[in-house]
Every structure is written in C-alpha cells, then in structure tokens.
Design a protein around this ligand. Structure first.
Ligand code: PMT
Length: 403
C-alpha cells in the first residue's frame, strides 16, 4: 500500500514523550511501505525508546547530538536534510514545536528541521493543558503559517492521567496523513463523486437482498481523490468502514439503490468526475413487509422489481463530466465490460474479475482491466485497492484530460 512513499527518503524525528514508543511502529510502517527511513531523536526521546530499537528498525544509524557520530557527524544532519523527501516528527513535544516555530536549532533534529526544504509533518503529543496553552497555540499557528503540516492530535485518556486533546494519533493514521501530504495535488479544484459499497434491499425489517461488497474499493477511490486534492462526495452503502478522516471527503450513508440514486443525482451537476465502484442491487422486493415474515410455509416467493440503473441515467444526463464505471464479472470480462461502457455512455470502465480471494469483493487487493472509449485497454498487475485507485485517477487525468 501507499506506493507513493516507496523509495523515498523519509526522516523520522522522535521527541521525548511517553508516546515515543509509538515511533517504533511508525518507523516499521514507513519501512513496510518501502521508504528509506533515517531517525533523528532528541536526547529526551532516548529516555522513552531505545537507540538500538530505532537503529535496528531503520537499518540506519540514528542521530541525536550534532557531534556524536564519528568524523562527519557535524555535517551529517545537513546532508540528511538535503537528501530528505519528507520529514515526519512524531511525537512532537511542546518544546520541539516551540523551538522550531522560533528558529532555534540546538540539536540534530531542530537543526535538520531548519536545514531542509522538503515537506515537514508535525504530529503533536502532550498533556491537554500544554496543548491548549496560549504559547503552544501560537507556536503551532506560526508553523502552519510557515507551511508546515500540523496533524491534529487525537483526544482521549492521556498517560498523565487526564483526558482531552493531545494524544498522538495511531501510527497508521500518521502514515495516512503523511501519504496525503506527499501526494501531488493533481486534482486540486476538482469535485469528484464516488459511490462505494453494496446496497441492501429490504425484504422485511430484519432481512434484505444484498451482496458482498465491503466498500473498500470505493473508499480507496475517495481517499485517493482527496489525497490528490479533490473535494469528494462519497455515497457509501452499508459498510463497516468508518468515515474516512480526510476533511475534503463528505460522506453520505445510504442503504438502498433508490437512496443511492437520490444522493448521486443531487450532486451530479456539481462534479467533474464520477467513479461508480458501488455494487448496486439490480432488483428489489416489490413490497417489503412491515413485520418480520414468519417461517410457516415451505416455500416463499419474493417478487422483485428492477432498480433504476443509476450509471445509465448519468450517462444520459452527462455534459462534460467524466464517467467511470466498474464492471464486476466472473467471465467474458472484455465483452461485458465493453458493452457496459457503451450502453452507459462511460469514458472508461474498470473490468473487475470477482470470485477470486485476492480480487473483487472484500479483498484488500484488486485485479482489473481498464477499458477506454477508443477501444484500447490495459491490465495493471494485481495491487492494493488504494494504489489501484491512484492509477485510476492518474489515467483519468492523463488519458481523459480532466478539465
Ligand atoms: O466494495 P469491495 O468489497 O471493495 O468490492 C469492490 C467491487 C467488486 C464491488 C468493485 O470493484 C466493483 O466491481 N464494483 C462494480 C460492481 C457492479 O455492480 O458491477 P455491475 O457490472 O453490476 O455494474 C456496472 C456499473 O454500473 C457499476 O459501476 C455500478 O456501480 C453501476 N450500476 C449498476 C447497477 C445499477 N442499478 N446502477 C448502477 O449505477
């Protein structure tokens, strides 16, 4: 996942706070996603996490003092600063934030922060009173004005026994935020509508007709679009996935195909790109029962009626929008996907092999073929849904010339 940081040079700054133990997991995740990580820790950080842990996980020497690492140590932080693609300081203490906001450079980390041109992510972590203190607020505002990326802290129980804002977010959330910062904003100014998940068509108050869509593909598409700078409306069918944390994604939760249709039509005029990854129920029970159906008869006949084909409607309504569909197929992928693209007046369709454990419904990875209106197609390798979503938007930008 998160190929955007693969091969990049990332500096992880670690300050002295109880949350420093989480830096080991942040480091592990950065490495897992292919980044080359170097660690700069403050002296106080080493009271909370061992030098050897950071060293072993990063597979690089760590830097603490300006003069403690051999003959070139006093310039190593400058070389690292120049070579860095991205700096993440997590946890960042009030002390570090205060020093950086005021241009103080009295150890390896603060010196590197002043010496680099690359994006810097600061993940504050401290006691709530310290976080809310006027001095800390002022310093954080200053850093934001200076173009640094300040990740909002979490709220909850803190190690000091109090509760409130100031918790270091979970390592995975820090990685997500970092990936967002690092992604070029190629869709800035664009509005994107994404549908995701299944629809559930009620039979009675406790039963429904549904499908195994988890929402992962569509949510990945929404997040990738947001990370590329778009404002996203995500129409999400019943799914266990929590609302994505990105502020630029507004989520509309729906249950049925008719509710999805209403939400999609409500927003269609305002967007430039639509990606329909949802698995919409093609049929619904004609008259859902008001009360639970009792198990009396040996057979039960359900009469179903066709749901509207939302994408087909959009294809008729579309002006200069880009319409991208998905086609879930178990056989004859090329034929069925191409037919759907033509019938629904789409610009592109991702033909999706389903029924394999590693592709389609519920899996974290997906295998698709992209079909284009000019008759060409391409089959990227099996990949994580988030990476596939980026590839999809890259193709929309490059091949469909989104304007
Ligand atoms: O959610 P996940 O677990 O991650 O799984 C992802 C996925 C397999 C659901 C996704 O990748 C996928 O293939 N989505 C399309 C599934 C589907 O219903 O395909 P379809 O061939 O039935 O529909 C073709 C297109 O028309 C789709 O874009 C669909 O959203 C749209 N449609 C279909 C029926 C309908 N009534 N209205 C529609 O808009």
């Amino acid at each position: 996942m998160y190929g955007i940081i693969r091969g990049k040079s990332v500096i992880l700054g670690v300050c002295g706070g109880i949350a420093a133990y989480k830096s080991a997991e942040i480091l592990r995740l950065l490495k897992k996603h292919g980044a080359n990580v170097r660690v700069l820790a403050t002296r106080n950080a080493l009271h909370f996490i061992g030098r050897h842990t950071l060293q072993a996980l990063s597979e690089n020497p760590i830097l603490v003092d300006l003069f403690d690492e051999g003959p070139d140590a006093s310039i190593k932080h400058i070389r690292w600063a120049q070579e860095a693609d991205l700096v993440v300081v997590a946890p960042a203490t009030a002390n570090l934030i205060g020093k950086f906001a005021n241009g103080i450079a009295d150890d390896a980390l603060t010196t590197l922060l002043l010496a680099t041109d690359c994006p810097i992510v600061i993940a504050p972590s401290m006691n709530t009173k310290m976080y809310e203190n006027a001095a800390t607020r002022r310093n954080l505002e200053q850093l934001e004005k200076d173009g640094r990326w300040i990740m909002p802290p979490g709220s909850g129980a803190l190690a000091c026994g109090t509760s409130g804002a100031g918790r270091l977010p979970e390592p995975a959330e820090i990685i997500d935020y970092t990936v967002d910062v690092f992604t070029p904003k190629t869709l800035a100014g664009k509005r994107v509508l994404v549908t995701a998940g299944p629809t559930l068509e009620p039979i009675d108050p406790v039963r429904f007709i549904g499908n195994p869509s988890s929402g992962k593909m569509g949510v990945a598409a929404a997040r990738a679009a947001a990370h590329r700078g778009a404002d996203v409306t995500l129409v999400l069918g019943p799914s266990n996935i929590p609302d994505p944390p990105e502020k630029s994604i507004s989520v509309i939760r729906i249950k049925t195909a008719l509710e999805m249709r209403a939400a999609v039509l409500d927003h269609f005029d305002d967007v430039q790109i639509v990606v329909k990854a949802a698995a919409v129920g093609d049929y619904r029970p004609v008259s859902p029962r008001e009360h639970k159906i009792k198990k009396i008869d040996d057979q039960l006949t359900l009469v179903l009626e066709k749901n509207p084909d939302i994408l087909m409607e959009l294809g008729k309504l579309k002006k200069d929008q880009i319409l991208v569909g998905f086609a879930a197929e178990t056989q004859f992928l090329e034929q069925h996907a191409a037919d759907k693209m033509n019938q629904k007046n789409l610009d592109m369709i991702a033909g999706n092999i389903v029924g394999l454990p590693s592709s389609g419904f519920s899996s974290d990875t997906n295998q698709v073929t992209f079909f284009y209106r000019d008759g060409t197609s391409e089959t990227p390798p099996l990949m994580e849904k988030y990476e596939l979503a980026h590839l999809l938007f890259e193709r929309i930008e490059r091949r469909l010339h989104v304007t």
